[in-house]
Ligand binder design. Structure first.
Ligand SMILES: [Zn+2]
Length: 316
């Protein structure tokens, strides 16, 4: 889940538009008006005829599959070796990501999920090989998400463009899927000429993990880091575990050239890891001052913020 707060517009914008007589322009939510993000202007776009996804070549053999028409702005990554490919997350399940992936590679594809929030597993059911941690939390999410939950993701204020033909918010749901291999911390996945190391990074969810491509200095961070408000307020978040995971990733920073986050933009400087670790420490020690935003406590730092649950008043 994500990612940009203060985004919800709509009543005030709508009334303003009517007041100045602009009914002809379709209403676009505030976050959508800010797209495209400038970072994308410098990237190499491929398969620009895809209707739902935008696809960018970030490095040789590394594609970002971005969903800019939905508020989450989720990003999945296709990582190619010489013999196999890994798809790190499968997005919202709105566009058919397996068809898009088949246009990018003919290699056999294994899905690895950064974690199993609905916006990262939406296309899992389209694939045979799906690797995850084996936790009760993960198993629960394998059952899919009923429409009553997922349809909110496609509410008008969360969309920034047309849905693919045939996709309807009333029937959108996350299909059931099955993990075919339990990943271990430190496990190395050999793609042929490229190796990915699995790094457990619990916190945002119990089953969060990052992928490290040592040779190329790439760290795929999932939702443990992205430039934006990082969601750390849901019941499945464990902030103490998150702090440990962030410290572990920050220690890797000297080996890393590029972070590839799962929302908003597909590249960030590795220096963010150290700054994120500092930020988490400041929150833990009580040094950072938060503010109440939309029912959550937001701690703002340069380039990102941490969005925590508001603690209930302690009873004496
Ligand atoms: Zn998430």
């Amino acid at each position: 889940m994500i990612r940009r707060l203060g985004a919800f517009c709509c009543a005030s914008i709508l009334s303003a538009a009517i007041a100045v007589g602009q009914p002809a322009e379709p209403l676009r939510p505030e976050w959508c008006r800010q797209l495209p993000r400038p970072e994308y202007g410098k990237l190499e776009r491929v398969l620009s005829d895809e209707p739902w996804f935008e696809i960018y070549r970030i490095r040789p053999g590394v594609f970002a599959i971005y969903e800019p028409k939905q508020f989450e702005e989720v990003i999945s990554y296709l990582i190619l070796g010489e013999k196999r490919a890994v798809l790190f997350d499968t997005g919202l399940g709105v566009g058919r990501i397996s068809t898009t992936v088949a246009r990018l590679t003919s290699l056999p594809v294994t899905v690895i999920n950064s974690h199993t929030h609905f916006d990262h597993v939406g296309g899992n059911a389209e694939f045979q090989e799906i690797w995850n941690r084996d936790l009760p939390y993960t198993q629960q999410n394998m059952r899919g998400q009923p429409n009553v939950y997922s349809r909110d993701a496609l509410a008008p204020e969360r969309l920034c463009g047309p849905l693919p033909p045939g996709t309807k918010p009333e029937s959108y749901s996350i299909r059931r899927w099955k993990s075919t291999h339990a990943l271990q911390d430190g496990e190395r996945v050999d793609l042929g000429g490229r190796e990915l190391e699995v790094i457990y990074s619990p916190g945002h969810t119990p089953d969060s993990l990052a992928l490290l491509d040592h040779k190329n200095g790439l760290l795929f961070t999932g939702d443990t880091f992205y430039p934006g408000p990082i969601y750390l307020f849901t019941p499945e978040t464990d902030f103490a575990a998150y702090a440990q995971s962030v410290a572990r990733l920050a220690a890797l920073a000297p080996q890393i050239q590029l972070l590839l986050p799962a929302h908003n933009v597909p590249l960030a400087e590795p220096s963010y890891l150290r700054r994120l670790a500092d930020a988490v420490q400041q929150v833990q020690s009580g040094k950072a001052k938060g503010q109440l935003v939309e029912g959550h406590q937001e701690y703002t730092f340069e380039g990102f913020s941490l969005l925590l649950a508001v603690k209930p008043p302690s009873s004496k």
